[in-house]
Design a protein around this ligand. Structure first.
Ligand SMILES: [Zn+2]
Length: 308
């Protein structure tokens, strides 16, 4: 790696962490007499979910870790610093090196750091590569294996499934599922009782996200790992299924009423007024509602009328 790449990585890592903190609404600690220190970042945790199956949470990001005698599968190393922390925590569980890295989608804040695991096979949906080709900062991985609809990866006596159900957050949205353990991993599809911040919804397909969440909510799930919060309660996901359904119904009804009254020209009026007038009071206590709900209405309007 040359010096420019290293610099880019360092800048990128700091930028991504800062953006992540802001985007996902992490609270700053209350002001105190103590000087601010970088150690306010919570220590990483490795939580056992089932035999040989763990949830790593560190640097404000989640990874699934599946361990067998001679294989280790992980998801989303994210960036070199986080990947090293993940590697250190895995070393407390097994001497076996990471053999497979399954990426949840193409967004750069999830896919960096694969170089920390030099022997691992990197798996990403076929839609990842065209987005990696556009990278300027130099931390996207070399993808070894792609898939289109579904891929099954055996890890010892366990099975890890990768499902593509269409665009959700990005174009390569991959749902990772362990059918024996009923453990699911989604990334950037939802946050517990929080709207995805308005800065990060431009590449989120709102009808696609609704479709994916409704589909996977029918699967048996004991633990639902999401990208940027430490909890795995499936109820967090179910509340978001309801949110996306409620948002869709409210926006669709307004569009249908306008069409009936004024035909297609009336749709322009809905685009202008609805983001400022629609409220879903059920969700007003969720984080980011005040700042980001109007943008969610816009994105759902665009998804219904424009397919993205
Ligand atoms: Zn994303």
């Amino acid at each position: 790696m040359n010096r420019r790449s290293k610099l880019a990585l360092a800048v990128c890592g700091v930028a991504i962490l800062s953006l992540t903190l802001v985007a996902y609404g992490y609270q700053q600690p209350a002001p105190s007499e103590e000087p601010a220190s970088p150690q306010t970042m919570p220590a990483p945790t490795m939580t056992k979910l089932a035999d040989g199956v763990y949830h790593y949470f560190g640097f404000f990001g989640s990874s699934l870790v599946v361990v067998s005698d001679d294989q280790v599968l992980i998801t989303d190393p994210s960036n070199p610093a986080r990947a090293q922390s993940l590697k250190d925590e895995i070393a407390k569980l097994t001497k076996t090196p990471v053999t497979t890295i399954a990426l949840t989608h193409e967004h750069y804040d999830h896919v960096g750091g694969t170089g920390v695991f030099p022997d691992a096979e990197v798996v990403c949906h076929i839609n990842c590569q065209p987005n990696f080709d556009l990278d300027s900062l130099g931390d996207v991985p070399i993808v070894d294996t792609t898939f289109e609809d579904q891929l099954e990866i055996p890890v010892g006596d366990k099975t890890v499934q990768l499902h593509y159900l269409g665009p959700g957050d990005g174009e390569a949205t991959t749902i990772i599922y362990m059918p024996e353990e009923d453990i699911i991993v989604t990334a950037d599809m939802y946050e517990p009782r929080a709207l995805t911040h308005k800065n990060w919804v431009d590449d989120k397909n709102f009808t696609g996200t609704r479709y994916i969440l409704n589909t996977i909510s029918q699967w048996p799930i004991t633990h639902a790992i999401n990208a940027h919060s430490p909890g795995t309660d499936p109820m967090d996901m179910m509340e978001n299924v309801e949110y996306y359904n409620d948002l869709y119904e409210a926006v669709y009804s307004a569009l249908a009423a306008a069409l009936e009254q004024g035909g297609f020209p009336a749709l322009f009026g809905v685009f202008q007024s609805l983001p400022n007038t629609l409220q879903l009071s059920k969700y007003q206590d969720w984080a980011n509602y005040d700042t980001s709900f109007p943008r969610h209405v816009e994105r759902m309007l665009q998804a219904i009328t424009h397919a993205d």
